[in-house]
Design a protein around this ligand. Sequence first.
Ligand code: DX5
Ligand code: ZN
Length: 219
Amino acid sequence: MKIAPSLLSCDFSIMGQEVERMDRAGADWMHLDVMDGHFVPNLTFGAPVIKAVRRYSNKPFDVHLMISEPLRYIDDFAKAGADIITFHVESDSDIDATIERIRTMGAKPGLVIKPNTPAWVVFPYLEKIDLVLVMTVEPGFGGQSFMENMLPKVRQIREECRRRDIDLLIEADGGIGEATIAACAEAGVDVCVAGTAVFKASNAGEAIAQLKALCGDAE
Ligand code: DX5
Ligand code: ZN
């Protein structure tokens, strides 16, 4: 299981050092939540902030775009140093064009589905993307409760990939911590985002190790 700490829960006054702290704590990826106050009812940060903290870690930057028009900003996020760019199927941009733009810019594309969106919506794109992100909370805020009833969608995507012999990663995001991560692993999740569970822990390294251990990963 890969752990991607969500910087949404970091101390923004020292965001670069927070990225560095997560790097040292054993984070596999850095998860960066971009919100536009339109697609979701919250605002966070954009490409210039990601560019500024990029140099604090060499780990993959996993940029989760919760914005209405992702296609307009793909170049900015790729140039800022995003390795993985995920965007919502519920956004207004053309899905194929956005996937293509992410590839052209040298990043890995992924599609995200909100809790009310069924798994089959991403099936036509599975060959074209590297990752599916299944939201396990309504996007917009950290610290919400995990929606266990999203895990059947993870299983459906996993099963469809198996059937069509497609190799992609499944990521889950929202409310993941010690009480919920084992269920994610069991459902077939490869990457878990964790904001509160890692940033609010007294020792981030121990928290990440413990999350992995709960998935049966040896440390
Ligand atoms: C929610 C974000 C998540 C969030 C996770 O819209 O996409 O990445 O920061 O935070 P926790 O782990 O606290 O639910
Ligand atoms: Zn996220």
